[in-house]
Ligand binder design. Structure first.
Ligand SMILES: N[C@@H](CCC(=O)N[C@@H](CS)C(=O)NCC(=O)O)C(=O)O
Length: 223
């Protein structure tokens, strides 16, 4: 039997967190090897483990996979979270690409210079309420089902709920006008593997602290 997937990244959310969410929601146990120093990253680069000299890298089924989206696609396909046909998959892709755009804005927020942060947060909040959340509220309203696509759990639901937790961290009032999204969040959060992942002590990562941000800047040599 294949061993557990092994995740190589720093001990923070970053680009790996959606991978952690997807694996955990599929009920898959995984190991983590944390990159603590620039030398740890250099070692992976120099031993040929990183195709583009970047992480996330996930050892899974005898492969050393890189590129976040490729990794997510593989996991979603393997665990049957990617729709039943190409049309469902096309919908899931459109939804998850939109979510990825919003996720990216939130992900890079800690790197924003302090004097631009307030404006950036305002911009993200506006996009949340005026662009992204209305789309998914409308989808749920249009078919009245419990999940975004095909009346069953897919990666789209998992990525969206992950995102809704970040939106709530940013400002809980952003969810006020989206009752169906709130209900989706509660529903998905109560699925046993997700519930487990949401418990304290799981491999889910908290918002990044100033100290860990400095550490990440050093590891990835971000100026
Ligand atoms: N498109 C890649 C981007 C990966 C990426 O930017 N990784 C950063 C860490 S979050 C990195 O490894 N930086 C080090 C470098 O580029 O040398 C993905 O989605 O996986």
């Amino acid at each position: 039997m294949a061993g557990k997937p092994k995740l190589h990244y720093f001990n923070g959310r970053g680009r790996m967190e959606s991978i952690r969410w997807l694996l955990a929601s599929a009920g898959v146990e995984f190991e983590e090897k944390f990159i603590e120093t620039p030398e740890d990253l250099d070692k992976l680069k120099n031993d040929g483990s990183l195709m583009f000299q970047q992480v996330p890298m996930v050892e899974i089924d005898g492969m050393k996979m890189v590129q976040t989206r490729a990794i997510l696609n593989y996991i979603a396909t393997k665990y049957n979270l990617y729709g039943k046909d190409i049309k469902e998959r096309a919908l899931i892709d459109m939804y998850t690409e939109g979510m990825a755009d919003l996720n990216e804005m939130i992900l890079v927020l800690p790197l924003c210079p302090p004097d631009q942060k307030e404006a950036k947060i305002a911009q993200i909040k506006e996009k949340v309420t005026d662009r992204y959340l209305p789309v998914f509220e409308k989808v749920l309203k249009s078919h009245g089902q419990d999940y975004l696509v095909g009346n069953r759990l897919s990666r789209a639901d998992i990525h969206l709920v992950e995102l809704l937790y970040y939106v709530e961290e940013l400002d809980p009032s952003l969810m006020a006008n989206f009752p169906l999204l709130k209900a989706l969040k509660t529903r998905i959060s109560n699925l046993p593997p997700v519930k487990k992942f949401l418990q304290p002590g799981s491999q889910r990562k908290p918002p990044i602290s100033e100290e860990d941000l400095e550490k990440a800047r050093k590891i990835f040599r971000i100026k």
